[in-house]
Ligand binder design. Sequence first.
Ligand SMILES: Cc1cc2nc3c(=O)[nH]c(=O)nc-3n(C[C@H](O)[C@H](O)[C@H](O)COP(=O)(O)OP(=O)(O)OC[C@H]3O[C@@H](n4cnc5c(N)ncnc54)[C@H](O)[C@@H]3O)c2cc1C
Length: 360
Amino acid sequence: MPLEPDASPCVIVVGAGAAGMAAAHHLVQAGVDVQILEASAVHGGRLRCHSDLVDFPLALGAEWLHADATALEEVFDRPVDVDLVGYGPDDRQLHFDGAAHEEPLEGGDLRFIRSSWLELFDRYVLPDIAEHVRFDTEVVGIEETGDRVLVTDSRGGTATADAVIVTVPVTVLRRRGISFTPDLDPERWKAIDKIAIWGGMKAFIGFGERFYPTFLTFPDSDTKAGQRLYFDAAHGHGSADHVLGLFAVGAPAEPYRGLDHDGLRDHILAELDRVFAGAASPRYRWHISQDWNTEAHIGQAYVADHAKWRRVRRLGEPASDRVLFAGDAYTDGHNWSEVHVAARSGRDAARWLLGWLPSA
Ligand SMILES: Cc1cc2nc3c(=O)[nH]c(=O)nc-3n(C[C@H](O)[C@H](O)[C@H](O)COP(=O)(O)OP(=O)(O)OC[C@H]3O[C@@H](n4cnc5c(N)ncnc54)[C@H](O)[C@@H]3O)c2cc1C
């Protein structure tokens, strides 16, 4: 069903990923009438998980907390009941450059035990905002008309609001998926068109037995062109299942993309067999994968780690008092491309509106 013209919430949030959910949550808690318009049939965006293959969630997008545990309280605005696990001296990292080398494992990243970013949003945010989300509603136009903003969806439906918070991935703007009236300023279009964005994918491979270390890296595991690594996806879950994860963004993701289901399996097993002297193929049970480039309303992994911070800061600036941007690429330029950063940016946009909207 298209949007109805008489639907006139105070604030429209475009996109129900981490940023959109955090923004809407903050506004709903302050008593503001909010509508979230989500192009796809599900909430979460790049937090998507697969939950019924093994006894822990498989995060097809965001998996780690790239901050200390206090960031969770900030994201969810309350104490968060979840167990976290880091990495310690018993965890092994193998580096393969034709030969395998043991490397010291660095990294302060944390993982959720038997939980996920999506599960936490489902527990702490979704109950308060679920009735405000409208799915299968792709926004294609945002027009400021005096003190209102007119939003148009792909079926020609419209709604107006006092303000709009746009949280779509930069790729959606780059392909001109939403038209703005008045048009966005040229400097912002330049940032949208030029900022470095990585495509990317993840895969999970189930094995009958574990033969791999905590992390497996390669010479292209962390370069300006992208990142990739295999990781023990069962780490910390206390599960009997053996699952190896593959994370790849930017150029190192390309060899895994465009392959069909069996082709990806063969490619991964050949690679692992080379490293582990044929140990992978006989133990293979199943695999799943997620290519974020081919997701209709996402089309990317995230803004590259080495992107220019000034461009990120430009993307994060409001277009006007009534049209704001929030999300993992729309920040103050200090951090980007992480869930807690996306949520913070959504919350900050909501706070800004609460500061001046007469109806808020
Ligand atoms: C492979 C991968 C691994 C990652 N790993 C981590 C990690 O370990 N830790 C971490 O912190 N972060 C990680 N990230 C990054 C993290 O997933 C993102 O930073 C975060 O989820 C972005 O949230 P968002 O709300 O800004 O955007 P999104 O999650 O992309 O949400 C935007 C929403 O807008 C919707 N939308 C798009 N166009 C329209 C439209 N026209 N109208 C209406 N709705 C629209 C989309 O469907 C989507 O639901 C990873 C990302 C990927 C892809």
